[in-house]
Design a protein around this ligand. Structure first.
Ligand SMILES: Cc1cc2nc3c(=O)[nH]c(=O)nc-3n(C[C@H](O)[C@H](O)[C@H](O)COP(=O)(O)OP(=O)(O)OC[C@H]3O[C@@H](n4cnc5c(N)ncnc54)[C@H](O)[C@@H]3O)c2cc1C
Length: 355
């Protein structure tokens, strides 16, 4: 079967690309290896500005908006920021529900041109001058004019086509903590960032759903004993009697390096697959949504026959748009993160927290 576009991965990058294509007449196939909706270890926090990257209303799946941010430097030097403007309050979502909602909306607003296959892994991808050829784990081959590789941090497509050869990852653990309703109600308005409570990293606490907190740790250095760091962080942050259940899961966060090529003539990497993650906070949902959207826009322009975008210039156009709309912000943060997280925590406090 031949499609205009194949999207691999049903995370925010792949789902938002599908949403962008929804109102076009293009034949789009999205392939996901897990059974949908699928779970993804994630704090589920994104800035309010992420909403503007979506063409739909997401208020139905927004679980919380927090107005208070408590920041610490290794449990000390508390700095509290209170937002007085609701419209800028960070958004908390449940990832399996949010990602699935985007896909469902792509179907609802679309003209029936989106096909979704889940529980099916892409095992290999090949590119010829006219087509991309995709082999699925059920032995079938599908083809398309373009492919968006939104297959996440550990995605196999990029390395298999010679991209992202020097990928690096930050280890991270997320504990979903169910608490008593009384404890949740008292703390549901507050996000906590505890910088350097783990070496070269931080811990977070996000009230992300009714009686549920995401409490996690991330290090930009080596994870010597991240499970213990997480246990300590939980023990020092939650009164024991408030906790009803804890579920821990881990996943790597790609480290943005700033100079990598993220596309070929017919294959565009989006989201974590392109390591588009904030090098200070590890935030990736917003950049996954944004790059998914840009990849779809570039492909739609190319398929419209825009002469500026024929053949090899598609890759250049994508790379340029990503650099301008995402890369500039990430590069500035990368310089700051490289300096402070590894060698100068005090500078982090003075420049980042006290600003
Ligand atoms: C512990 C933790 C906490 C985090 N907290 C936050 C947070 O609070 N806020 C934030 O902004 N970011 C957070 N992030 C980062 C965020 O989760 C990612 O940046 C985001 O999920 C990237 O989206 P994506 O669509 O690129 O990839 P993913 O969401 O990883 O989706 C990729 C999809 O591709 C599928 N796939 C992979 N290979 C194949 C294949 N061969 N065939 C078919 N399908 C395939 C996968 O099953 C998956 O569903 C966190 C990350 C971690 C690990």
């Amino acid at each position: 079967m031949q499609y205009d576009v194949i999207i691999v991965g049903a995370g925010p990058a792949g789902a938002n690309a599908a949403l962008e294509f929804a109102r076009s007449n293009l034949e789009v196939l999205l392939i996901e290896k897990e059974s949908l909706p699928r779970k993804k270890p994630c704090g589920g926090a994104m800035p309010a500005s992420a909403e503007k990257l979506l063409s739909i209303d997401i208020s139905k799946v927004v679980k919380n908006r927090t107005k208070v941010l408590r920041q610490y430097h290794n449990y000390e030097k508390e700095i509290v920021k209170i937002l007085h403007d609701d419209t800028n309050a960070p958004i908390l979502i449940n990832r399996s529900e949010f990602d699935m909602f985007l896909l469902e909306q792509a179907r609802v607003v679309g003209s029936g041109n989106l096909e979704i296959i889940d529980k099916c892994r892409v095992v290999s991808v090949g590119e010829s001058p006219q087509m991309v050829h995709v082999v699925l784990e059920n032995g079938k081959t599908v083809e398309a004019k373009y492919l968006i590789a939104a297959d996440g941090a550990l995605g196999k497509i990029a390395p298999s086509i010679g991209l992202m050869q020097k990928r690096k990852f930050a280890p991270s653990l997320d504990a979903e903590i169910t608490t008593s309703a009384q404890y949740y109600d008292k703390h549901c308005d507050t996000m906590v960032m505890n910088y350097f409570c783990v070496p070269h990293g931080y811990g977070w606490i996000f009230p992300k759903d009714k009686n549920l907190f995401s409490c996690g740790v991330l290090t930009w250095g080596k994870a010597l004993n991240l499970n213990k760091e997480l246990d300590d962080f939980i023990a020092r942050s939650f009164p024991g009697e408030s906790i009803e259940n804890i579920e821990v899961s881990g996943y790597p966060i790609p480290i943005y390096q700033g100079t990598e090529q993220i596309s070929t003539q017919r294959i565009l990497l989006a989201g974590d697959a392109a390591a588009l993650v904030d090098p200070v906070s590890g935030e990736g949902i917003r950049f996954a949504l944004h790059s998914g959207k840009i990849s779809a826009i570039v492909i739609m322009e190319a398929l419209k026959g825009d002469t500026d975008l024929l053949s090899d210039s598609i890759s250049q156009k994508y790379q340029k748009m990503i650099d301008e709309e995402i890369g500039k912000e990430l590069k500035t943060k990368l310089s700051f993160a490289s300096l402070t997280f590894h060698s100068s925590p005090d500078m982090f406090y003075k420049i980042f927290l006290k600003r």
